[in-house]
Design a protein around this ligand. Structure first.
Ligand code: UTP
Length: 483
């Protein structure tokens, strides 16, 4: 039985949708059973109709609202010492970062709420088997890197993981089934990101089925609101954590915790910092770090005209060289300010035209063959122009970035496995092992190094030296935790 107050709420909500011209959401309401009605009402209650109307007016009208490219310049960044950066400044950054880590000021943060449609893998992307020999899932690689960092700095690291409504339960269950990969479960914190309804090209909210609205995650930029709403920021404050190390779930090469990066962030009093890699070629599909009227901005490859992507300086180097690899540091208070829209600091939405499964007027399913609607997403890098003293530092692609995006071809499981093998081979060589490779640095045999044995050259070499008889690097060799 539905109580009187619930009935009033239900009618008011349905009426609001009708008044907003979104009555189609409840077209099949009378045909649903009580549970399905309650679910549909709950989904509808999540939607901010004024926001949907505003987005329809601003983003749909112009069909891909044009991006402001006036006064755009390439952004400055801190070069690695091998590319002319100051060795002393990098050493100072390393020391400051290590001190922040020893003081427990840093936590890790993975955005894992994406849908992973390009990879086409059934399950949360973080559960994808990614390493060359042990086929460890992405989540295990990060967990072990965090355990290693916790041991190194004498402070176990907290790890925040943002999921989506779709993959939250499966993600939590995966960690539980695998004993949290050796982490203390109390250090791992999962929370869902927000959702947005998809609309057709006229702004009508699309239904996925008669009883469900077509809802999708609100983009990695939704992480800022979700960190606030979930209580993650409060927990950070209680624990004395003021910096979040942000990375994506699809990049096992990432240095989850990078002291030099943290040090630059701290020493510059930055509220949000980012890593760049020099673009591999003019048309590489990465965002570009740029400066616009004194603000740091990221301009997506699809928004930067080809002539600018290809523009070269006098020495023949690309002018817009600094590619974004989605690795950031964010201050707790800055996240709170952005999440709450304080002082006008708020992320805008972007539109993405997609094929969105929906229903026709009779309620029958429709599988569109071309884009039939729009999803709205926020991007975390849009926070950069609001940050005080943002810093961009250079990193070596081979030590920080090899994402698994596509099932085949570039940025695929195969390219990522090969990049991991090249990294292991570089470490082994640095330790003095005999290491035949091809001209790209790919070793002749597949082997694997646990992050608990070594997660960079220094730690690998140290562990290698402790071995009483170093092994011959052979097919399927696994160098595991030595503690
Ligand atoms: P991508 O842009 O690669 O999107 O996300 P995706 O959804 O994972 O994959 P495709 O485009 O459907 O193939 C980059 C990172 O941002 C996270 C992803 O989980 C990934 O770590 N992300 C993306 C979220 O956490 N939430 C989102 O709404 C979108």
């Amino acid at each position: 039985m539905i109580g009187g107050r619930v009935l009033i709420f239900m009618h008011a909500l349905i009426q609001k949708f009708h008044q907003a011209g979104q009555g189609q959401v409840f077209a099949f309401f009378d045909q649903l059973d009580e549970t399905a009605r309650a679910q549909l009402l709950a989904e509808a209650a999540e939607i901010d109709l004024a926001e949907v109307r505003r987005l329809t007016e601003t983003l749909l009208g112009t069909h891909g609202a044009s991006v402001d490219l006036t006064d755009l310049q390439p952004a400055d960044y801190e070069r690695l010492p091998e590319h002319g950066g100051e060795t002393l400044a990098w050493a100072q950054a390393q020391a400051a970062g290590e001190a922040a880590l020893r003081a427990g000021r840093v936590a890790a943060f993975t955005v894992a709420g994406g849908q992973g449609t390009r990879l086409g893998y059934d399950g949360p992307k973080g559960t994808f088997p990614v390493t060359p020999v042990k086929l460890k899932p992405l989540f295990q690689v990060f967990a072990e890197k965090l355990i290693a960092a916790g041991r190194r700095y004498g402070r176990p690291l907290h790890w925040f993981i943002m999921t989506s409504h779709q993959n939250h339960a499966a993600t939590e269950a995966f960690f539980a089934e695998h004993g949290f990969f050796g982490m203390d479960p109390a250090q791992a914190h999962f929370f869902r990101q927000g959702r947005m309804p998809a609309v057709d090209f006229t702004g009508k909210i699309l239904m996925e089925s008669p009883g469900h609205i077509a809802m999708s995650p609100d983009g990695h930029g939704g992480s800022l609101r979700a960190l606030d709403r979930s209580g993650a920021l409060d927990l950070m404050a209680q624990e004395g954590i003021d910096i979040l190390s942000y990375f994506q779930v699809d990049n096992p090469l990432v240095r989850c915790i990078d002291p030099a990066f943290i040090g630059w962030h701290v020493l510059r009093g930055s509220e949000m910092s980012s890593k760049m890699v020099p673009k591999s070629h003019a048309g590489e599909k990465v965002g570009h770090f740029c400066e616009q009227r004194g603000k740091l901005v990221v301009v997506e490859y699809s928004d930067l005209p080809k002539v600018m992507q290809e523009e070269a300086d006098e020495a023949g180097h690309l002018r817009y060289l600094a590619g974004s690899i989605a690795i950031h540091l964010l201050d707790r208070d800055f996240i709170r300010r952005m999440a709450r829209g304080a002082d006008g600091a708020a992320l805008g939405f972007h539109r993405a035209d997609k094929k969105i499964p929906t229903i026709d007027a009779s309620g029958a399913p429709v599988k569109p063959e071309k884009a039939n609607g729009v999803k709205f997403e926020m991007f975390v890098f849009d926070a950069l122009p609001f940050a005080k003293n943002p810093v961009v530092i250079e990193t070596a692609r081979c030590d920080d970035f090899s994402p698994v995006k596509n099932a085949e071809g570039s940025d695929s499981p195969q390219t990522c496995r090969e990049d991991q093998l090249r990294q292991f081979a570089r470490w082994a060589r640095a330790a003095g092992a005999v290491m035949p490779t091809d001209s790209t640095g790919l070793p002749a045999v597949s082997f694997e190094v646990s992050p608990l044995f070594g997660d960079d050259t220094t730690s690998f070499v140290a562990s290698w030296k402790m071995l009483s008889s170093p092994p011959v690097i052979s097919e399927e060799l696994y160098l595991s935790d030595r503690t």
